[in-house]
Ligand binder design. Structure first.
Ligand SMILES: CC(=O)N[C@H]1[C@@H](OP(=O)(O)O)O[C@H](CO)[C@@H](O)[C@@H]1O
Ligand SMILES: [Mg+2]
Length: 542
């Protein structure tokens, strides 16, 4: 590999100096005009990573998800479609923060040496981007980094984030017994559609579902899928709205999953009619939130990640019983501290399934879900999936059914394992999963809403002098630092009924977040404000 080639290529994609660049929860994410040099350097890291892993392809996704249109981001996907191994996040941060082209090249070779990467071996990177126009310049920087390091590079152009994860796994399992599917966008739609039809097993979906696509990449991709879906087979009636990607400035604007979850209301345009089933995707289609206006009460009701997790867990547990698999495989649910306490109680007490709590960020949930044969994981904000272990999939295929009902359950489980994206949360695949489950259960949204009652809750963003003062323990449910803060929070929580509250530094924004829940709306609000004050007091600075 040629040091000069790297230096010359780097000069074309300079870094903006003096910024704190850190590979965070969602890779590097910031104003798009800061990202060209960052993306070039991410390309260099990917060139090392693919070689470290014996030439398996590494994925790079350019997206800023639900952020405003002016932002962008870049993150690395490991060969099986999971997030970049955590240890390597530090190397990414090191490369991106190099002060000059020469230091960058030196750091690159030093890392190669330290990590025992054979630079003469071959490597491959595949890329995708969301609909943000700034992504075009960024993938050019990535492509140049690959060229400078003799790394094969394939640009899959505009994709949802979960599609890029899918393609990464496909390209690395091609021709193997573990083949994940055809390595193409068309292959993704084919796999989803076929699994969806099989999972339905002749059941009919009742009523339509309207999908708000946040004016992001999910719109055109869902429309692409719908071209091959035959509604006569399942009754699916999918209406796609907010799918305009020709006006980049309206991306995520007053619509999308993040808007619905944080504002706790439907997008103003178009307006859902009472009784209609709606859902929203986020800007890169990896988050899903369902909602409706209850025609009996005229109030807005949201089915967030916690609801989707409980729906999936209860259905799969039922299928296990029907298939005679109880006791043979372990199902579990993984949540974060932001999960509503009522959902956790419902899973443990009513569904009688184990719940594990991890720190925020999908990589933590994903990792914990792998410890179950079937691991259901969702963040409350709608990002999640259900992981089926290879053993579980084999058992569904091999177990000889003792009755038509057992056969039915086994085949449904198998189809679900193929319908649900195994690499990462996928809003389109999760949406089909929800539709399948509601149809099987014969449920309307009222039935789903009645499973448990959310505790009123409040999430507040608190700006502090130095968010790094706040360090957590116990899966982020308690502060270990600054000293004294947790005691004050505990004393405050005690004054409220059924209450819980915690504070942590955000991994994606320069602020702290405070979550509070309690028996009543006013108690939850009051508690959140009190804890926010404590955080402010301990937060340093003015
Ligand atoms: C409370 C909350 O929703 N936090 C989000 C947010 O993380 P923070 O570290 O809280 O900023 O962005 C993450 C990446 O998108 C997402 O995984 C996570 O759930
Ligand atoms: Mg997203």
């Amino acid at each position: 590999m040629d040091r000069n080639a790297i230096i010359e290529a780097s000069k074309k994609h300079d870094i903006v100096p003096g910024k704190p660049y850190k590979y965070g929860t969602a890779g590097f994410r910031m104003a798009a005009d800061l990202l060209e040099g960052v993306t070039f350097r991410v390309g260099l890291l990917s060139a090392l990573r693919t070689r470290k892993l014996g030439g398996q392809a590494i994925g790079v996704m350019v997206t800023a998800s639900h952020n405003p249109a002016k932002d962008n981001g870049v993150k690395i996907v490991d060969p099986m479609g999971d997030m970049l191994e955590q240890e390597w996040e530090v190397f990414a941060t090191d490369l991106v923060n190099c002060s000059s082209h020469e230091v960058l090249a030196d750091t690159f070779f030093k890392l190669a040496d330290q990590l025992k990467v054979d630079l003469s071996s071959s490597g491959k990177v595949i890329a995708g981007r969301d609909t943000r126009p700034s992504g075009i310049t960024l993938v050019q920087a990535l492509s140049d980094a690959c060229a400078a390091t003799n790394t094969a590079y394939v640009d899959y152009k505009i994709l949802t984030t979960p599609q890029l994860h899918y393609l990464t796994r496909c390209v690395n399992t091609e021709g193997l017994p573990s083949s994940y599917g055809e390595t193409s966008e068309a292959g993704y739609y084919k796999k989803l559609n076929s699994a969806f039809e099989r999972a339905m097993r002749g059941k009919r979906i009742s009523g339509s579902v309207t999908v708000d696509c946040a004016n992001g990449v999910g719109g055109p991709k869902l429309n692409e899928l719908l071209k091959i879906v035959d509604p006569s087979k399942t009754g699916i009636d999918c209406k796609v709205v907010n799918d305009d990607v020709l006006k980049p400035e309206i991306l995520n604007l007053d619509c999308g999953a993040d808007f619905v979850k944080t504002r706790q209301r439907a997008p103003p345009n178009p307006k859902p009619q009472p009784g209609d089933r709606w859902c929203s995707l986020d800007g890169d289609a990896d988050r899903l939130i369902y909602y409706w206006v209850d025609p009996d009460t005229s109030s807005f009701f949201m089915f967030d990640g916690d609801r989707i997790a409980t729906l999936a867990a209860s259905f799969i547990a039922d299928l296990f019983r029907a298939a005679g698999l109880e006791g043979e495989l372990r199902i579990g649910v993984v949540q974060t501290a932001y999960a509503n306490g009522a959902s956790t109680k419902y899973i443990e007490k009513h569904l009688q399934l184990p719940v594990v709590c991890t720190p925020t960020g999908v990589k933590h949930l994903h990792h914990a879900a792998c410890n179950f044969d079937i691991g259901v994981y969702f963040e409350a904000n709608g990002h999640g999936t259900v992981l089926f272990s290879p053993d579980a999939m084999q058992l569904f295929a091999k177990k000889a059914p003792q009755s038509p009902a057992q056969k039915d359950a086994l085949e449904t489980l198998q189809a679900l394992g193929e319908l649900i994206n195994q690499t990462v949360g996928d809003a389109i695949s999760d949406m089909l999963m929800v539709e399948v489950i509601l149809a099987h259960k014969g449920w309307g949204l009222k039935d789903w809403a009645m499973t448990y009652q959310d505790l009123p809750n409040r999430l507040v963003r608190v700006e502090v002098g130095d968010k790094d003062l706040f360090q957590t323990t116990d899966a982020e449910r308690k502060l270990s630092h600054p000293a004294g803060a947790q005691d004050e929070i505990d004393q405050t929580v005690k004054k409220y009924t059924n209450a819980r509250s915690f504070a942590r530094a955000s991994g994606t924004e320069n602020a702290c977040r405070v979550y509070a829940e309690a028996a009543t709306r006013s108690e939850a609000d009051d508690l959140a404000n009190k804890v926010a004050l404590i955080v402010k007091q301990y937060g340093g600075g003015a």
